[in-house]
Design a protein around this ligand. Structure first.
Ligand code: 2AM
Length: 194
C-alpha cells in the first residue's frame, strides 16, 4: 500500500492562467526572492485538501468527487481581488480571489466534505474560501512595498471561464516544490468518462 498526498481542485483554463501569471510577475518585481512562487502549472482552486491517503482508497474518493460533481451544473467562475492571508499588512500567502462562481465552489466543497470526513479525512477548522495561491512569503516582516502593492491592486479583475470538471490531484513534495499529477477528472452535471 502506498500513501498519496491528495486534494480535489478546479483547474484554470489557459486564459485565466495567463492573467494570474501576469499578476504574479508584477508581484515578483516587488517581492521577488522573499516569496516562493507557485509554478504556472500549479495554479488552481483547491476545493478540499485530503492529505495523505492510502492508494486503495483513491477509487472510493473519486466516486465521492463524481457524486458531488453530478449535482452541480457547469458554472462561470471569474477571478477577482488580490489579497493575502492572514492580511495584506502581514502577507504570508498571496492569493487571487473568486468573484462569480464562489457560491458554486462553496457548495461543491460542502458536498464533498461530509462523505470524505465519514471516510476519516479531517475537517478544516477554517471556513473554506475559494482562492488561487500565487506564492508564499518565506520570511515575513519588512514587506511594506508588497503591502502597498496589494492595497493598490486589491480590486484586480481577470476574465472568467466555464467550470465543467473537478480534478482529483496527487501532490508529491520534492525539493524543488510540489509536483502535481491528475488522478482523474469528474464532470459537472454529467456522468464521468475516465
Ligand atoms: P493553498 O495553496 O491555498 O494553501 C495542495 O497542497 C493544495 O491543497 C494547495 O493548493 C493548498 O492550498 C491546498 N491545501 C489546503 N489545505 C492544505 C493543508 N492543510 N496543507 C497543504 N495544502 C493544503
Amino acid at each position: 500500500m502506498k500513501r498519496i498526498r491528495t486534494f480535489i481542485a478546479v483547474e484554470l483554463d489557459q486564459a485565466l492562467r495567463r492573467q494570474a501569471l501576469g499578476l504574479q510577475k508584477q508581484l515578483a518585481r516587488i517581492a521577488g526572492s522573499d516569496v516562493k512562487w507557485a509554478e504556472p502549472e500549479n495554479l488552481h482552486v483547491t476545493l478540499l485538501f485530503l492529505g495523505e491517503v492510502n492508494d486503495v482508497e483513491i477509487p472510493r474518493i473519486f466516486r465521492i468527487a463524481e457524486q458531488a460533481a453530478v449535482c452541480q451544473p457547469p458554472f462561470t467562475m471569474s477571478l477577482e481581488m488580490l489579497g493575502a492571508f492572514p492580511s495584506i499588512h502581514h502577507p504570508r500567502v498571496l492569493w487571487i480571489g473568486v468573484g462569480s462562481g464562489a457560491q458554486e465552489l462553496i457548495a461543491l466543497h460542502d458536498r464533498l466534505e461530509p462523505p470524505l470526513s465519514e471516510l476519516g479525512y479531517r475537517r478544516e477548522e477554517r471556513k473554506y474560501t475559494p482562492h488561487i495561491t500565487l506564492g508564499r512569503v518565506k520570511a515575513p516582516g519588512g514587506q511594506s512595498r508588497l503591502s502597498s502593492f496589494l492595497a493598490q491592486h486589491s480590486g484586480f479583475r481577470a476574465g472568467s471561464m466555464l467550470v465543467e470538471e473537478l480534478a482529483l490531484m496527487a501532490s508529491e513534495l520534492t525539493p524543488s516544490g510540489p509536483l502535481y499529477t491528475i488522478l482523474g477528472r469528474a464532470h459537472l452535471g454529467h456522468k464521468t468518462e475516465q
